[in-house]
Design a protein around this ligand. Structure first.
Ligand SMILES: Cc1cc2nc3c(=O)[nH]c(=O)nc-3n(C[C@H](O)[C@H](O)[C@H](O)COP(=O)(O)O)c2cc1C
Length: 344
């Protein structure tokens, strides 16, 4: 093959790939190139990381406690922190990005303050975590502000997913119990849950929970997913603000070693350390999930373990899919890998 022939063929292939992703429903709705969203993760999804994902063609989401090292107890302070993060992302990219928001039955002062920020500093979409029965007023306000809603009910039951669709979500995420973060109270894996939800809803549906490489992305693409929502894989990226020791620890830990504990809410998969082992002991001793969560909160949980990298206190939380995470990649490499099955 001559250089010219090679150049022509690779350009045709590039155009075909672009056509596929441009026709992807999630890409169309969110205005992104690749149907991959890096999950909102408390403390470790700051502006620089979010912009790196969005610049890679996917979409980043500013999470709770983004860009700070101390939790804001005052809603006004939390809102100003968020405003700074939104402005920072906009300095670093002109591509779409999201902000994590809880949609509880009652409008709490933190969510109200977040909505106030959106009056002047808007993200392109929110990554909503509805707590059913989710407050319809919040959905309405987001619609009035022309902000797209990607909704991820914590328990992906048919009932909860349909409720989110009816309330005004533009995109839904179906989450399996193998996920990182607070895994669902109802213990159903993604492969068992996804087909049921795909049949029940009519808006685009992304998949989440244990997706950390090309093969897992390909599997959910084959099940009819419209895109990937991944957290743990992105922790082990060059641009993620988690401590370097956390990234290395996730690479070195095996799924078989993870400590599974009741949390408030749901469950957590934790890397073995003093805090996670004590939580497991508390569970065997018959302590309640409230007592267990009070203990790990006092130890500093996500902040101390993951952002500050203190592995004697706090904890390192991740999904079950860590055995396929063997190196620290750039966000662009991860977005490209997870988007690949959707491009052919
Ligand atoms: C360390 C960590 C913190 C998380 N924090 C949040 C959060 O604050 N809000 C949220 O909606 N989801 C949170 N999640 C869940 C993710 O948004 C997402 O559902 C999950 O990471 C997907 O599964 P995966 O980790 O297997 O990719 C967190 C996940 C992790 C690993």
């Amino acid at each position: 093959m001559t250089v010219l022939e090679y150049f022509i063929i690779s350009n045709i292939l590039k155009k075909v790939k672009e056509k596929f992703t441009m026709e992807n429903k999630v890409c169309k709705i969110l205005g992104i190139k690749k149907p991959v969203i890096a999950a909102a993760m408390t403390w470790i999804t700051n502006a620089e990381f979010v912009a790196a994902v969005s610049n890679a063609g996917g979409a980043g989401v500013i999470g709770f406690n983004a860009g700070v090292t101390e939790a804001a107890t005052d809603p006004v302070v939390a809102a100003e922190n968020l405003r700074k993060q939104i402005r920072k992302v906009k300095e670093l990219t002109d591509k779409p990005f999201g902000v994590n928001i809880m949609i509880a039955p009652q409008l709490d002062p933190f969510t109200q303050a977040t909505l106030d920020v959106f009056e002047t500093d808007r993200p392109d979409f929110v990554l909503a975590l509805p707590i059913e029965p989710a407050n319809p007023e919040i959905y309405k306000r987001l619609k009035e502000l022309d902000i797209k809603i990607v909704s991820r009910p914590m328990n992906s039951t048919v009932e909860n997913m349909i409720a989110a669709e009816k309330a005004g979500a533009d995109v839904l995420i179906c989450t399996g119990s193998e996920e990182g973060g607070h895994a669902p109270e109802i213990n159903v894996s993604l492969i068992s849950r996804f087909p049921e939800i795909k049949k029940a809803v009519s808006i685009p549906l992304m998949a989440a929970g244990g997706i950390a490489d090309f093969l897992a992305a390909k599997a959910v693409c084959a099940m009819g997913a419209d895109g990937i929502y991944a957290g743990t894989r992105f922790i082990v990226s060059k641009e993620n603000p988690a401590a370097q020791s956390v990234k290395e620890k996730i690479i070195d830990t095996k799924a078989e070693e993870l400590i599974h504990i009741p949390a408030n809410p749901g469950y957590l998969y934790l890397v073995p350390n003093a805090t996670s082992l004590e939580c497991k002991k508390m569970e065997s001793d018959g302590k309640s999930r409230e007592e267990i969560s009070a203990y790990y909160s006092q130890q500093g949980s996500f902040r101390t373990g993951m952002l500050l990298g203190n592995q004697d206190e706090g904890f390192i939380n991740c999904s079950q899919a860590i055995n396929v995470i063997t190196d620290i990649k750039t966000c662009k490499e991860i977005v490209d890998e997870l988007a690949e099955p959707f491009e052919s």
